[in-house]
Write a protein that binds this ligand. Structure first.
Ligand SMILES: CC(C)(COP(=O)(O)OP(=O)(O)OC[C@H]1O[C@@H](n2cnc3c(N)ncnc32)[C@H](O)[C@@H]1OP(=O)(O)O)[C@@H](O)C(=O)NCCC(=O)NCCS
Length: 183
């Protein structure tokens, strides 16, 4: 893939929201309720990303990867999210047509690099749905370790937005600088 990575700006909010909604609809089926996924998810995500990108926020990092065809993927990190587990990699999504071509790897490595630069020696963690075994394989291939299992919280705080009682796994790296090193 010919693509570049850069920091997201407020002008990217719409494209990020659209990819986020599309990715959830495809990959969070059975975790989030159909009613929620098939509802006005684009508006929901547009509100979230519009707010996140409206003002440059020193404690977050949002990177996107795009080319002449549009947005290929994005990643969002909250620095110092947890005193024990460190920075939280909050979202990583690659467009379906661009998957398994190295875009996710570029994004997580660059996000980890910038995280380590802004927050030296910080740990890094994320949550992945227990059913999302593809993403787990991706994180393990980048040196992450499974370090916990908890119930998924309902999006929007509304329990009806969940399908049943799904679990999520914590994936952790002791040092953001170690992301991407295999073995
Ligand atoms: C998970 C995701 C971010 C990975 O990004 P990607 O661009 O497809 O992955 P890459 O091409 O960079 O993969 C790099 C390496 O990770 C591993 N990997 C990636 N996908 C994998 C899969 N489905 N199964 C096994 N290993 C996988 C491989 O080692 C791969 O290297 P290889 O292709 O040379 O074998 C992407 O597939 C995605 O957006 N999925 C849908 C949304 C999602 O689940 N996001 C995560 C939410 S927590």
């Amino acid at each position: 893939v010919t693509a570049a990575i850069r920091s997201a700006t407020s002008g990217d909010a719409g494209a990020i929201a659209a990819l986020h909604a599309e990715s959830w609809r495809r990959f969070y089926r059975g975790v989030y309720a159909d009613r929620y996924l098939d509802g006005d998810l684009v508006a929901d995500r547009t509100a979230v990303w519009g707010a996140r990108l409206a003002v440059p926020e020193p404690s977050t990092i949002t990177l996107i990867c795009d080319n002449e065809h549009g947005l290929l993927g994005f990643v969002h990190v909250r620095l110092d999210a947890d005193p024990e587990w460190g920075a939280l990699l909050d979202n990583l999504h690659v467009a379906l047509a661009a998957q398994r071509q190295g875009v996710g790897s570029l994004l997580i490595r660059e996000a980890a690099r910038v995280t380590g630069e802004r927050s030296p020696a910080t740990a890094l963690y994320l949550w992945v749905q227990e059913v999302n075994v593809r993403a787990q394989a991706f994180y393990l291939a980048h040196g992450g370790r499974i370090a916990g299992r908890e119930l998924v919280g309902p999006p929007g705080g509304d329990p009806r937005n969940l399908a049943g009682a799904p679990y999520k796994l914590r994936v952790a790296w002791p040092d953001a600088a170690s992301v991407g090193r295999r073995g």
